[in-house]
Design a protein around this ligand. Sequence first.
Ligand code: G6P
Length: 474
Amino acid sequence: MDGSSRAARILVASNRGPVAYSVGDDGELRSRRGGGGVVSGLSAIESDSASLWVCAALTEGDREAVRRGVAEPGSRMIAVDPDVFHAAYNDIANSVLWFVHHMLYQTPLEPAFDQDFRTEWAAYETYNAAFADALAEEAATGASVLVQDYHLALVPAMLRERRPDLRIGHFSHTPWAPPDYFRLLPDDIAVALLEGILGADRAAFLTRRWADAFAACCADVLGATVSADGREVTHRGRTTRLGVHGLGADADFLRERAHRDDVAEQMATLRAETGPGRRLIVRVDRTELSKNIVRGLYAYRRLLTDRPGWRSRVVHVAFAYPSRQDLAVYREYTQEVARVAEEINAEFGTADWQPVLLKVDDDFARSLAAYRLADVALVNPIRDGMNLVAKEMPVVSDNGVALVLSREAGAFEELGDDAIVVNPYDVSATAEALNTALTLPDAERADRTKRLAAAATALPPTQWFLDQLGALEA
Ligand code: G6P
């Protein structure tokens, strides 16, 4: 679709879009569906002429698609200069904002905001302005625009300046940092981020906890007024409503997809690899620092050390698909995961038992196979906006799954009652929780799985999207 049409009545904007392009050896463009919770939620947008999904060109293949004028129906990709994109996405969004909201800094050393940071911040502004320009060009008078996530925190205010007639919403898919931690950021940057989002008519979050943290930052950093019920923030004479929409799992899609032949084949392979009859502790994540994969492995090692009865009777299946590998700290973390897994295998493994089965690549059918076979799901993030894996596993599980869940995941708000809850830093307690999960009586496990699945599917992606839109337009 080409620009300047001012025809779209519903627009969404996100960094990652519905498809990613690559150029094949034959010079042809190939497209692949994008991944992640944001994409699965936003896919509910209709691909008709009144709707438009604006996203960034992330790769050389994407930029080539833009050059050739190729686009998915109902979407528009923005190709900013690759260096600007790199600074905005890798250096600011993923290395600063992601770290702040997930509280990942090791503060004696990091962060140290210097001149480079200022240059990168300018790129983040340029990248946000490119989105605001494109949305301003495409939106019909009075249209609704749903801006997504930390990559685009400045867009609401920038867009309001360009098009005061629009209804603007912002949705955060991450946690929001509490004020004391948020204040790590240079003062002017902290102000810019909050005022950027407050440019929206409505700012929404995955849980009440993150919405409250945002409101607390507005009060603390900006001196904004928060209403007594915490549902509105007023700053410089404008009021922004706060909302909560807990994105749920897509039960229909998952159950159908999980019963196709390729998943059955993967289940057979997985059974052969892990050995018949062994219990499976399963985790599926991006190779993401906040997912806490290494402490999960430590907890498993502690279980095998303290409770030798489990040796050779259990396998820890860890699927971690590569993410953000442009960043050294992500590459190092991925290596550390592999190193610790090998250590455990060397320490406990026998001729016919490999204690950890780690796979570092992306294979959705294989993940679904592991979901179906899992006895225990390990979801122990340091902090997580929601964590959809915790919601997906109970939905597709064949025989019931016991969920070990971090209290710092957004999903805890909805699933906490039927999960075995852990402090993600407490390795010994996580080991004990794994033992509790492995020994849960079958009937209780089945009951809990049923309740978990019901809670996990309370707000399917389509409804999540429509609720956001409805609340913005109300
Ligand atoms: C999180 C973020 C999303 C992001 C996804 C994958 O869920 O909230 O905005 O798309 O992670 O990360 P990536 O950097 O690969 O887009």
